[in-house]
Design a protein around this ligand. Structure first.
Ligand code: FES
Length: 117
């Protein structure tokens, strides 16, 4: 396993995400409410860079005529066709259980964000 420092934790506050290159692999690093996560920066639909998408919440499954918004700050929305992914798990909210983005282990050491890959 390799370890790569990708930046200072203080440079990526909660709600922010950042696209980097890990060799020839695009990776998105995000701060989800104080928890650092990293995932492949390529949408499984047609390959858009998720790091250029927006972070927010989504409409949750709910009863008819009931609208429930949730997961604020946990969802990245693909900039091309709007597929949404839970950044904490990589799971697609559009096609749960069938599509997901690969995740990387992230650690914080001495104030640095470290990717384990
Ligand atoms: S490329 Fe991401 S939803 Fe189409």
């Amino acid at each position: 396993m390799e370890r790569t420092i990708v930046g200072r934790a203080t440079d990526l506050p909660p709600g922010k995400h950042l696209g980097i290159m890990l060799g020839n692999r695009p990776v998105c690093v995000a701060n989800v409410d104080g928890e650092f996560v990293a995932f492949r920066d390529s949408c499984p639909h047609q390959g858009a860079r998720l790091s250029t998408g927006t972070v927010g919440g989504t409409m949750l499954p709910s009863d008819p005529h009931s609208y429930q918004y949730g997961l604020e700050g946990c969802v990245v929305r693909c900039p091309w066709h709007g597929w949404e992914f839970d950044m904490r798990t990589g799971e697609s909210l559009f096609d749960r259980g069938r599509r997901r983005i690969a995740h990387y282990e992230v650690q914080v050491e001495d104030g640095n964000i470290v990717l384990v890959h």
